[in-house]
Design a protein around this ligand. Sequence first.
Ligand code: PLP
Length: 231
Amino acid sequence: MIAENIENIKQNIIEILEKQNRSWNDITLLAVTKTHPEKKIEEALLNGIECIGENKVQEAERKIPNLSVPYREFHFIGHLQSNKINKLMPLRPTLIHTIDKLSTATKLNRYCEKHGRKQAILIQVNTSEESSKSGIKPEETETLIEKIRVLPHIQIKGLMTIGKLTTDKEEIRACFRLLKKLFDQIQRKNLSQVQMQYLSMGMTSDYQIALEEGSNLIRIGSAIFGSRTYH
Ligand SMILES: *Cc1c(COP(=O)(O)O)cnc(C)c1O
């Protein structure tokens, strides 16, 4: 069933991209593996998935090193508490999607300095004005980027958002449109140490809208693995 889900979603993505003269190779499909056991993750990796994402450090620590099928990239997509940096970093995340504070970036930079590493990150923006969501306010994003970009071991590679939790598609679209606008604005400034390469937006319920609005990194869980049960 996972193989079939992946094939269906891939076809769906390709159809959307064709309308914009983009192709499969222009985007990254991140399979969000949270709550799912290693067996299911391995099945996805055997059926075309190359990049996997987790949102809790403890769960990632338990599962990611145990996988018996190789993956190309592991991304961290959950809220990162600075006291978990030491636990997350040995898992070698290719990208951390969720930096929204200078203090976390500073601690991450310190870890990287100590271990002779660099870390690619995205800035998480709260585009929906929902107080429950993490993310920097859109109007404060550039200022935060100006502060983080001077940290020598941190590489800013783009922006991430979670669309508004609503059934109103136009409200969701407005979130994605806002992030794309910020992305383009920042890209035009050509700031040193800042690459606007990834625009991470879109999940199972709204990836179609996100792709239409220019997303190039979609984070898909349920459409690949089925619904999640939390214990
Ligand atoms: C869980 C999660 C997803 C995937 O959600 P689905 O609706 O299952 O596709 C994407 N992004 C983040 C940040 C998540 O926590």
